[in-house]
Every structure is written in C-alpha cells, then in structure tokens.
Write a protein that binds this ligand. Structure first.
Ligand code: NDP
Ligand SMILES: O=C1O[C@H](COP(=O)(O)O)[C@@H](O)[C@H](O)[C@H]1O
Length: 494
C-alpha cells in the first residue's frame, strides 16, 4: 500500500483535485504540483483532473491555474507541458452520475497505459462535503488495479465527537493507510528540521529536558485579518484554525522521545505519547483576544467582517500553557500563542533555558535557542559573550544560522510540494494519524465547549496591528518566561 507510485514505466498515476475551482487548489495545490513537475519529481505517465461543481471551460480553467503559478522565461515551456496534463470535469460531490463521469474521464486517461493505474484524490473541499465526496470516490472512482490515496484537508472535525464521526465515516470506505491528513505546517522546512536538530546533535540532545529548559514558546503571528473569510472563521476560531493543529504538531516534535526509527509509525507513536501526557486545558490556562479596528481606522475590526455576527466572542488570538506530565517535561510550560491581525508575520519556536546556577555576572540573561520557521528561516542561539574590548561585561550575542546567508542558492520548497511528494512516495511520517487527532481533540474539547457553551469568557480586544493583546506579557511571565527587552534579533541583510 505504501511506497512510491508508478515504479514501472507502464504504470500511470492520476491526481484528482476535488474543489479545483477553489482558493486552496489555485493558491497551493496546482502550484505545488507544478513545482514538483519542473523538478522532475512527479511519477512518469502523470495527469491531473480538476473536479468541482462550477462549469468552467478547460481553457479558462488552465488560464486560472497558470495565473497563480510563477514561472520564469525558461520555465514557460515546462508550464505549458504541465498544463497539457491538466483536465477539468464538472460534477457534484454527492451524485453517482457525476462520479461516474469523473471515473470515465480518469479511465480515458489511463486506458493507454498497460501497467497499474494509481489514483490520488486531493479533497481541497469544505469539510461539509468531505464525507459524501470520500464515499462517492470509493464507490465510483476507486482504482481496482493500482494504489489509491486520499488526501484530506483540515479541519478534521470541531471537537472530539465530530472528529470521531468524520474518522468513522472515512474508515467505512477507506483504510487508514490510504488516508493522508494534511497539516501543512508539517511540510515546512524548519518544522521538518526540528527532528534533525534534536536527534542528530549530541549537544542539544544532552540538555533537552526539564533540568536545563525553563520554558518553551511556540508562536504564530499573522498581520492579516479574516479578509472576508469571517463566515468560515467564526465557526472555528483561532484555537481550531491554528493552535489545535499547526502549533500542537510542532509541540509534539519538540517534546517527543527519539523514535526507534524514522518510520512513520515509530514517529507517530512517539507524538501520540506526548499528547496523551497533556491534561485537558481549562480557562485558567488561556488568554483569549479578538481584534478591533486599527487605531487609524484603515483596517476593520473582526466584528466588521460581513460574515461575523456582531456579538461574536470568537477568539482571533489565543495563548495557552500546556504541561506534559512525563519524566522529561514535568512542570515545564509549553506556551502556544497564535493570532491574526497582529504587527507582523512570524512563526517560531523559542526554547528558554534555566538560569545559570551560582551566577556571578549581574547582567546575565537566559540562553535561548530559537527556530525561526518563517519568514527568514533561521536557527539562532542567544548566549552570553564578553563585551569585546576592555570591558568584561557579559552581553547577549548570538550564533546565527540564517538560511538566506548560509544556503544562498537553495530554494526552500513550499510545504505543499513537500507533502504531495510524500503522498506520492507513500511516506506518512508527516501526516496526522487518527489516534493522534483523537488525543489532540481531548486536550481542547472541554475548553472549547466551555468558551462556546457559556459565552461568558469575553476575549480581550486588541487593535489591528498590535503586537499582542495587552494581557500577554503578564500571561507569559506568569508561566515563567523572562524577556530580554534590550535584545532584538534581526535577519541579516543579504
Ligand atoms: N484556502 C486556504 O488557504 C486553506 C484551506 N484549507 C482547507 O482546504 C479546504 C479547501 O479550502 P478552500 O479552497 O479555501 O475552500 P473554498 O471555500 O474555496 O472551497 C473549495 C471549493 O469547494 C466548493 N464548495 C464550496 N462550498 C461548497 C459547499 N457548501 N458545498 C459544496 N461545495 C462547495 C467550491 O467549488 P464548486 O462550487 O465549484 O464545487 C469551491 O471552489 C478546506 O477544508 C479548508 O479548510 C487548509 C489550509 C489553508
Ligand atoms: O491553516 C491555516 O494557515 C494559514 C497560515 O498558513 P501559512 O503557511 O501562511 O503560515 C492561515 O492564514 C489560515 O487561517 C489557516 O487556516
């Protein structure tokens, strides 16, 4: 079932993109597929079928696809070749006749190849149609002689119950090893780097525990608001949109024990153990915020988004402290923070070490290891150094591995490129397993029900473009983080 598709020259592979008329498909899926095509990473005899309800002429569809792909002059020819491999079928997500038409189109493409006929189904769809679409695919479009892989986009439910409903519905028709649940943060370069940093460097391995680490912060900031997607967002909120998936996935990699091998099941077994050692969050563990208009009135507040009810208390910012009750981490806070409409775009992991015992330097600050996920990918270590010259003061400095300087000619691949390649290679290490999802929802469900059921917890209002809600500094200090206000890392100018 696993392993690369199309190992034989006679085999063929079709990727069906469901929801091909949508935002994700144009913004990410097709550009990622082209990225793989131009680097000769797609299997031989490869085609793509777009599928959605909208009636779109093939030429229009192709011009929409190409308008979202950046191709240099040298790549124009490759782009044309890529577009020649794309077709489009219009149909519904819950109708046998539509799926039969889709199947006929895929059969037509694959009939001239005499080997095995593999199919990958990418559900770039709203969650309301995941279940009928996955059932229709299994019934009408499933390859009888070849491997089938189903890519599911988040959100994977809204709480434990709805996530289990989705898992059970998928499990009725699809085997777990055919399902690839995408969390695109697991495809990001610096997130993929975390395991190597931890398990391939003896000096990090030695201090990676409660004796040397004081606290861990994992931060996601975005300078944009809901941008008209308020209707979708209000149903989910920032905890489900970012924290329960992207940030929690990062936490598990930072905290897990070394897996026995790099095999997907070994890696995911360790991640599940971390999740199971975290107690469910309570309202005392969190700080919630919601953005208002910018001070100059140029940016609208969350409640001004047309899709958002005027009395919404949905958080657009959340900070939460997690404690992992195991031998390595007992008592060490993992503080996860995420928010929209903040001052900048930034995702990072910040490991703050313990104070130096028996310190003799008055200016001493704590060491920190920062993994800058985006933008300006970097790994830097804040450490104390003698002020150069005649002074003997200890000052904060850094060992800085900035990718733009160290890996000048390397293009960092988009997360979706990396993950689609994993699907084609049958590598599930960077995809979410069903029991992992269940363990993650158990941590959040009681809190989400409390926030949404009682609606008594009013989020703190912050201005569009603010660094964070005012209460954040006190929140992170309460959990032990000590900020070095005098130090600021700046990305090198290249
Ligand atoms: N956009 C993004 O940046 C990201 C999206 N995702 C996830 O990817 C999936 C797709 O996202 P996105 O492309 O933004 O979604 P869209 O809202 O753009 O929907 C995709 C397509 O699905 C069809 N569709 C929309 N609403 C319905 C409906 N109510 N019933 C049936 N079909 C519908 C439409 O095609 P048609 O009407 O032609 O059939 C639409 O073009 C979602 O699960 C989302 O959570 C995840 C991360 C980022
Ligand atoms: O999943 C999501 O992620 C994006 C942010 O992704 P990034 O790769 O640009 O960091 C976020 O804007 C969106 O709300 C969320 O659904």
């Amino acid at each position: 079932m696993g392993g690369p598709l199309s190992p034989s020259a006679k085999d063929s592979t079709v990727v069906v993109v469901l929801g091909a008329s949508g935002d994700l498909a144009f913004k990410k899926t097709y550009p990622a597929l082209f990225g793989l095509y131009k680097n000769s990473l797609l299997p031989q005899n490869f085609s793509i079928v777009g599928y959605a309800r909208s009636a779109i002429e093939l030429a229009d569809f192709k011009s929409r696809v190409s308008s979202r792909i950046k191709a240099s002059d040298e790549e124009k020819k490759l782009l044309q070749e890529f577009l020649d491999k794309c077709t489009y079928v219009s149909g519904k997500y819950d109708e046998a006749e539509s799926f039969k038409r889709l199947n006929a189109a895929v059969d037509e493409i694959q009939k001239s190849f005499t080997g095995r006929k593999h199919r990958v189904f990418y559900m770039a769809l709203p969650p309301s149609v995941f279940i009928p679409a996955s059932q229709g695919l299994k019934e009408w479009v499933y390859a009888s002689d070849g491997n089938n892989r189903l890519i599911v986009e988040k959100p994977f439910g809204k709480d434990t119950e709805s996530s289990r409903e989705l898992a059970n519905a998928l499990a009725q028709h699809w085997k777990e090893d055919e399902i690839y649940r995408i969390d695109h943060y697991l495809g990001k370069e610096m997130v993929k780097n975390l395991m190597i940093l931890r398990f391939a460097n003896v000096f990090f391995g030695a201090v990676w525990n409660r004796q040397y680490i004081h606290n861990v912060q994992i931060t996601f900031k975005e300078p944009i608001g809901t941008q008209g997607r308020g209707g979708y967002f209000d149903e989910f909120g920032i905890i489900r949109d970012i924290m329960q998936n992207h940030l929690l996935q990062i936490l598990t990699i930072v905290a897990m024990e070394k897996p026995v091998t790099l095999d997907a099941e070994d890696v995911r077994n360790e991640k599940v153990k971390v999740l199971r050692a975290i107690s469910p969050l309570t309202v005392d563990d969190v700080l919630l915020g919601q953005y208002g208009p910018s001070p100059d009135g140029k940016e609208e507040g969350y409640l001004d988004d047309k899709g958002v009810p005027k009395d919404s208390v949905t958080p657009t910012f959340a900070a939460a402290a997690f404690y992992i009750k195991n031998e390595r981490w007992d008592g060490i806070p993992f503080i996860l923070k995420c928010g929209k409409a903040l001052d900048q775009q930034k995702t990072e992991v910040r490991i703050q070490f313990q104070d130096v015992p028996g310190n003799i330097y008055p200016s001493l600050k704590r060491n920190e290891l920062v993994v800058r996920v985006q933008p300006e990918e970097a790994v830097y270590m804040k450490f104390m150094n003698k002020q150069p010259g005649l002074s003997s003061t200890a000052v904060t400095s850094e060992l800085d591995l900035s990718y733009a300087r160290r890996y000048k000619d390397v293009k960092i691949s988009d997360a979706y490129e990396s993950l689609i390649l994993d699907v084609l290679n049958g590598d599930k290490a960077n995809f979410v397993r069903d029991d992992e999802l269940d363990a993650a929802w158990k941590i959040f469900t009681p809190l989400l029900h409390e926030i949404e059921g009682k609606k008594t917890i009013k989020p703190e209002i912050y201005a569009f473009g603010q660094r964070a809600p005012d209460g954040l500094s006190a929140f992170v200090e309460k959990h032990g983080f000590r900020r070095d206000a005098a130090y600021e890392w700046t990305a090198p100018k290249i």
